[in-house]
Structures are given as C-alpha cells and as structure tokens.
Design a binder for this molecule. Structure first.
Ligand code: IMP
Ligand code: MG
Length: 168
C-alpha cells in the first residue's frame, strides 16, 4: 500500500533543501549521506542545494529484516571534518541508535557544526535522545519501504514509499 507518493516526497525535499540553503548561505557544507538507505533521498536533495558543498558517503548496517540489531556497524569514515559544517543525511530516524553511533565517530574529528537531515522520523520509537534538524515527514510506528528504504534488502528501487499493513 502506498504510504507517501513520489510527488509529495519530491515537494517536501525541495522545501528541506530551501531551508538548508538559507541556514548555510555563504558557507561551505560537507554532506555525509548514510548508505544504503539514503541514496535516493540524498540524490534528490543535493540537486536543489546551491551551496559550496562536498560529499562523503558512509555506510552503516543495523537492521536484520524488520528488526534493529541494536549494533550498528559503520564501514568507512570521511577524513578530516575538522572545523567543517557537516550535515548527516539519513533515510529514517527510528530508535536513534544508528545516528548516535555515527555522531560519536564524527564528533571525534571536531567539526565546527553537525546537523542531521532525515526523510522520515518515527519519534515514538526513540530510545536515545537524538533529534534531527531537518525532517521530511514524521510518521507513526510502521515499517516502510521503497525510495531507498529496504525490506530485507529488497524494494529500494520503488519511487514511492510503501507500508505493509501486516508489519509493525
Ligand atoms: P535506528 O538506529 O533504530 O534509528 O534505525 C535507523 C536505521 O534503521 C535506518 O537508517 C534504516 O536503515 C533502518 N530503518 C528503521 N526503520 C525502518 C523502516 O521502517 N523501513 C526501513 N528501514 C528502517
Ligand atoms: Mg539506514
């Protein structure tokens, strides 16, 4: 069942990009998209960004099927974020465990400023005190997939975001 339509996603992403452009006007920004889930969100977001920007991907895996393992594995890290403005770009903020682990790594490099952009936020699932600065959509506790998000590594290619009524 379609949960968020492609055109609504695109409209909201443009709004988020406008906010980021405004907040960082005249400054340099290093975007850190988190693979794999954010690849579609990030590629659409960055097209609307008019800032002097760099891109450093990181890769994290923390889900086994629909259930978080609670132990995010971060593969690779950008070099030298010292004194830079960083925006981490994630598909979804759920328990907060993944972003907490990413923040810990990134703060070690002493960036000037770290912000978080997520397409989706499930506040009711939060286990750690993590807040996103740019949120596409706040959603209830449903497992969603499509538009980069997977269900057992499948369906990332779908242009809309879907929800399976039989999953929580
Ligand atoms: P957290 O560590 O619990 O905040 O989980 C964040 C990660 O779990 C995200 O980067 C997603 O990859 C994955 N995730 C959480 N909820 C969903 C969902 O509803 N669909 C697909 N992936 C999800
Ligand atoms: Mg992810």
């Amino acid at each position: 069942m379609i949960f968020l339509k492609s055109e609504d996603i695109q409209k909201r992403i443009k709004e988020l990009a406008d906010l980021i452009n405004e907040d960082f006007k005249g400054q340099e920004v290093t975007f850190i998209p988190v693979l794999k889930g954010s690849f579609m969100f990030f590629s659409d977001l960055i097209k609307h960004i008019n800032l002097d920007s760099e891109i450093e991907f990181i890769s994290v895996q923390s889900y086994n099927g629909q259930y978080t393992t609670g132990e995010p594995v971060i593969a690779c890290c950008p070099e030298s974020l010292n004194n830079k403005n960083v925006i981490i770009v994630e598909d979804i903020l759920d328990t907060g465990i993944t972003l907490d682990a990413i923040l810990l790594k990134i703060f070690r490099q002493e960036p000037a400023n770290v912000k978080i952009a997520v397409l989706l936020d499930k506040p009711s699932r939060r286990r750690l005190d993590i807040y996103a600065d740019y949120v596409g959509f706040k959603i209830e506790n449903k497992f969603v997939f499509g538009y980069g998000l997977d269900l057992n590594q499948k369906f990332r290619n779908l242009p809309d975001i879907h929800v399976n009524e039989f999953t929580i």
